[in-house]
Design a protein around this ligand. Sequence first.
Ligand SMILES: [Zn+2]
Length: 322
Amino acid sequence: MEDKSSKQQPHTPDQPHMKSSLPPAIAVPKKIQLKIAGYEICPIPTGVFGLDGGAMFGTVPKVLWEKSNPPDEKNRIPMEARALLLKSKDRNILIDCGNGSDFVAKYGEKLGTKFAEMYGLDSNGPSLLKSLASHHITPDQITDVIITHFHFDHAGGGTCEANGKLVPTFSKARYHVQKANLETARKPNLREKASYYAANFEPLEMAGSLNILDGDTQNLLPGISTMVSHGHTQGQQIVKIADDNSSLLYCADVVPTSSHVRLAWVMGYDLEPLRLIEEKIRFLGMAADQKTYLYFEHDPYCDAASIARNGQDFALQERFLL
Ligand SMILES: [Zn+2]
C-alpha cells in the first residue's frame, strides 16, 4: 500500500506544477487488485494538471470543497488525467487518453506554446506512453480505444505528431466514439470552444480509425458496455466492465473525482447540471445496488471507490488504489 501511494505523489517538487499530496482530511486509500471479465484492471495515470477549484465544484462553497481538494495560489486544484488499460490475452483496451503532448503541432503556435503552463502540465511526470510501458504495452499493441468524449483532457493523447503530420497515437486500434459527441466536437458551442479541438478527432477520421456508435451499447467488447450521458456535454459515454462477480464503472466527467459522488456536487463546466444530476441518480443507484466500483478519471488521491445509498443521496464507502 505504501509503495503505490508514494508513486502517486508529485514528481518534480522544484517546478511550479500541480502537486497532489494527500490532504490530511483524506484517509490513505486501500490497495486492491481487480480482474473483471478476464481483464486486468490497470490504471494509467497520464499526468496531474490543474483546473480552477470553483469551476470544478459549481455552486458548492469553497469552505466545503477546499478540505478534500486544497487549491494552489491560483485557486487551481490538482487533477489527474487517469486513463484505464484493460489487458486480456486477446486485447489491450484503453479508455481515454489524457491531455497528450505535441501541443504546438496540435493547437498552433499561439495556444500550443502556453498550453502546458496554462494547465500546470508537467512534461517530466508520468505520461500516457510511460504508464503503458510500465505494463509492457507499446502503442501498436493497443487494439481498442474508447473515447468517453473529445474534451482535450480526455482525448488529447489519442493523436500525436509524426513526421510533421497529426496521426492516431494507436495506429492499429479502433477508436470507439459516440456520434452525438463527434457532432458537438465538430461544432462546439460557445462554452465548450476551449475544450474541443479538431486536432483531437480529425486525424482519427482521416485515418479511418473511428467506430462511430449511436447510443448505449451492450457488449461493445466482451464484458464491456457503454452508457450515454448528456448532462456534462452532448454524447459523453461512460464505460462498464462487468462479469458475474464484480463490476467497475469508468465514470469520466459524470463523477470526475470521489468528492463528486454527492448528487449536488457537479461542475460549473457541466452544460446541463440538472440533467446530469438525474443521470447521476440512475448511474450511482445502479452502482450502489450492484456494488460496482467507481473509477475516477480526475481524482488525484485515489483510483476508485465503493459507494452506498445515503437517504436520497449517495456517500463514499471506501477509497482504493488499484
Ligand atoms: Zn469533459
